[in-house]
Design a protein around this ligand. Structure first.
Ligand SMILES: [Zn+2]
Length: 168
C-alpha cells in the first residue's frame, strides 16, 4: 500500500455505497462497493473491500447471524488496518472505532441475544467529497485551496466552511 493512494477522489460507485451505508442499506452498500472494487485496479480497491466487509458484518447482525458477523468483521478489519485514518476524504479511523464498538456490543449480547442489538449503534461513515466548484456568478470552474474557493474569472470567492460539505 502506498500512502499516495489516499490522494484523489473516490470511485462514484464507492460514493453511492457510502450513501447507502449511511442509510443502513447494507446489502445495497455491498453491491455498489463490489462494483467499485471490480472497476478499480489500484491499491485503493482494498479500502473499498474493507468497507464492504464491514457492511456485510452489519448485514449479518441485522439478520441475527452471530458467527457470520464476527468472521466478516475480522476480515474487514484486515483490509482496513493498513490505511491512514483519513483516506480519500473517508474517516477510516472513525469507521474502525465505530465497527469495533458494534462488535463489542454483539459479543456482549452473544449469539442468543443478537436479535436485541440496537441498530442505533450503526454509525454513519464520515467523509467529504472532493468536488468541483462552479462560480454562481459567471459559470467558470473555481479554484479551491485550503477551503478558500475563488473564481479566476470574476474574482467571486467564498469559504467552503460556510457550506456543509459533510453528509448526514
Ligand atoms: Zn466567476
Amino acid at each position: 500500500m502506498n500512502i499516495l493512494d489516499c490522494d484523489g477522489v473516490l470511485h462514484p460507485k464507492a460514493i453511492e455505497g457510502l450513501k447507502l451505508f449511511n442509510q443502513k442499506k447494507f446489502f445495497e452498500t455491498h453491491e455498489e462497493l463490489e462494483d467499485a472494487w471490480r472497476d478499480e485496479t489500484g491499491e485503493i480497491r482494498k479500502l473499498y473491500q474493507g468497507i464492504l466487509q464491514i457492511a456485510v458484518a452489519y448485514l449479518h447482525i441485522t439478520r441475527g447471524n452471530y458467527p457470520g458477523a464476527l468472521k466478516v468483521y475480522e476480515r474487514g478489519m484486515k483490509w482496513l488496518t493498513p490505511w491512514p485514518d483519513l483516506c480519500r476524504g473517508v474517516d477510516v479511523g472513525q469507521l474502525k472505532k465505530d465497527a469495533n464498538k458494534v462488535i463489542v456490543e454483539v459479543k456482549r449480547l452473544g449469539a442468543e441475544n443478537i436479535g436485541r442489538f440496537n441498530p442505533m449503534l450503526f454509525q454513519p461513515v464520515q467523509w467529504n467529497e472532493k468536488k468541483i466548484w462552479i462560480c454562481d456568478k459567471c459559470g467558470s470552474e473555481m479554484h479551491e485551496k485550503s477551503c478558500k474557493v475563488s473564481c479566476p474569472n470574476c474574482g467571486n470567492r467564498f469559504d467552503c466552511s460556510d457550506l456543509n460539505i459533510y453528509f448526514d
